[in-house]
Design a protein around this ligand. Structure first.
Ligand code: HEC
Ligand code: HEC
Ligand code: HEC
Ligand code: HEC
Ligand code: HEC
Ligand code: HEC
Length: 350
């Protein structure tokens, strides 16, 4: 029996068992195709052509709080017409779905986002319309958006006053349907601020921008996430300070989509030599920044080649701190032992 057939048999058997023993929950409204009838079961999986286990389970609870909760499964998996399925194609993030954008009454799609990506440094074509070298290194929608990160609204309680679950109470005064209130409240408030903290954003970029081979292939000069982590901004971010700038705060021109990231050699970029003081002088950061202040190296790697002064400075402080603390601790330790065992003597060898 081939691997594939064995896998199918396993799956069918599995479904048969679970369908018989599990009480069926209420399926949610966007699932008109009844896909979750099968896909809601943890363990639904198959072994793919490369022999790898592929999990086909969709967590209903997570799907129902995701941004796509109103999109039908078939809205994205457009080629699934019958059950059992024929081989399934990858999802195209730019398809139009059945949702209508209310202010223009046009069918909704993410094509506008794609237009931004196409004009950014991450576009697969260069400005003359020719394919870039190593274009397989360039990120697609799914490269940046595949991580399963869901953050409940209450996370923001302390950090951003006004945007909290408590404020939902104000909507209830007039609107009576709870799911209407929650849906629209979330729709607006999650867009009033970032949904990811600086560390989460950096993680998205790190898989490419900390890859030494990719950095070299594209002549990028620095492992950008590593060097961000070496400097003050990244260090504060690591302690979960959300006020420090993340990659997007500095690499996206004010008021533009987060997808508009440009090369710092492009004179339209906010990171361009003459413009970067504008990024620093953001009202929440360093208002009134001069050009000179902006010459601070935000991507410095404190190694011997790039910044010898900082390197020796850091080394000096490590030795100073270690050299003071360790002997001090040794003395305290010896003192403690003497206090605990005042009469103890080290036995002499005869
Ligand atoms: C009767 C149970 C059942 C229903 C209903 C069902 N599926 Fe599936 N689905 C499966 C099984 C079993 C597999 C694995 C198929 C295989 O390996 O050939 C699968 C595989 C898939 C895959 C992944 C294919 C791959 O391996 O790349 C997708 C995507 C998918 N289903 C989406 C859907 C959508 C969307 C719907 C609703 C329109 C749906 N399914 C309804 C049982 C079901
Ligand atoms: C917003 C679009 C979207 C919606 C809505 C959506 N999916 Fe998916 N789904 C994806 C993407 C993207 C993938 C990753 C694989 C790919 O690129 O095709 C995926 C993967 C899957 C897989 C695993 C297949 C694999 O190749 O690993 C299954 C099974 C699946 N979806 C089922 C469902 C079911 C069932 C629903 C409805 C409850 C649903 N999906 C709704 C976009 C969507
Ligand atoms: C280089 C990585 C990257 C690529 C490529 C990318 N995105 Fe994004 N996208 C992001 C980040 C980062 C955010 C902001 C997330 C946040 O604020 O928490 C974002 C936000 C979004 C948003 C929310 C609205 C907004 O602009 O803040 C949508 C919708 C979106 N992306 C869709 C797409 C689609 C569709 C594609 C493909 C055409 C795509 N993205 C390509 C990184 C990327
Ligand atoms: C003082 C009463 C009141 C409060 C409080 C209130 N609303 Fe409304 N809301 C209304 C009225 C009345 C309408 C219809 C008015 C209109 O169409 O111009 C409306 C319309 C809406 C609509 C548009 C619905 C549609 O289909 O056009 C949304 C969305 C909405 N409210 C969400 C909220 C949210 C979220 C909150 C809480 C942050 C909230 N509202 C608080 C009275 C209120
Ligand atoms: C405080 C603002 C700031 C932050 C935060 C920031 N950058 Fe930068 N970045 C810049 C500036 C300005 C430049 C242009 C070079 C220079 O002036 O040092 C740059 C340059 C770059 C370069 C090109 C390096 C080269 O030498 O060619 C990359 C890639 C990059 N940044 C990615 C990132 C990523 C990824 C993050 C998040 C981990 C990030 N940046 C965070 C401001 C920032
Ligand atoms: C899938 C890989 C990939 C991911 C993920 C990715 N990038 Fe890039 N990025 C690249 C490549 C490749 C280039 C070089 C493009 C070129 O040279 O035309 C680049 C170039 C850049 C540049 C221009 C550097 C310069 O010369 O000034 C910036 C800024 C940048 N990326 C920021 C980001 C940020 C911020 C993120 C995370 C939100 C991110 N990238 C995620 C692959 C990626």
């Amino acid at each position: 029996m081939s691997l594939k057939r064995a896998a199918r048999l396993y799956i069918v058997g599995f479904i048969f068992i679970v369908l018989n023993f599990y009480p069926s929950k209420n399926l949610f409204s966007a699932d008109v195709g009844n896909c979750l009838l099968c896909h809601k079961y943890p363990g639904l999986s198959r072994i793919d052509e490369q022999g790898k286990m592929k999990l086909l389970y969709v967590n209903e609870d997570i799907f129902n709080i995701s941004v796509h909760l109103k999109v039908k499964c078939e809205g994205c998996h457009t080629d699934i017409k019958k059950i059992p399925h024929d081989p399934v194609n990858k999802v195209d993030c730019l398809v139009e779905c059945h949702i209508v954008e209310p202010s223009s009454e046009q069918k909704f799609s993410h094509k506008d986002v794609d237009n931004y990506v196409k004009k950014s440094v991450h576009a697969a074509l260069d400005k003359y319309g020719m394919p870039k070298k190593f274009k397989e290194d360039l990120p697609t929608c799914k490269n940046c958006h595949d991580e399963p990160l869901y953050r409940p609204l209450s996370f923001f309680k302390q950090v951003r006053p006004g945007i909290s679950e408590a404020a939902l109470g104000r909507c209830r005064v007039c609107h009576k349907k709870e799911d209407f209130i929650i849906r629209f409240y979330n729709h607006v408030t999650t867009r009033l601020h970032r949904t990811r903290n600086p560390i989460n954003i950096a993680e998205v970029c790190a898989r490419c921008h900390d890859d030494p081979l990719l950095v070299e292939r594209h002549n990028l000069g620095t492992r950008a996430v590593f060097s961000y982590g070496e400097t003050f901004h990244g260090k504060a971010a690591r302690f979960l300070d959300e006020r420090v700038p993340d990659c997007l705060d500095c690499h996206v021109n004010t008021g533009e989509s987060v997808h508009q990231m440009l090369s710092h050699k492009d004179s339209a970029a906010i990171t361009y030599r003459e413009n970067k003081y504008l990024a620093c002088s953001n009202i929440e950061c360093h208002p009134g920044t001069s050009q000179q202040f902006a010459s601070y190296k935000v991507h410095a790697e404190f190694n011997l080649d790039q910044s010898p002064v900082q390197y020796y400075f850091t080394l000096f402080f490590i030795i100073l701190t270690g050299g003071t603390l360790l002997p001090l601790m040794a003395i305290i330790f010896l003192d403690l032992i003497r206090r605990l065992f005042p009469d103890a003597v080290i036995p002499r060898r005869r």
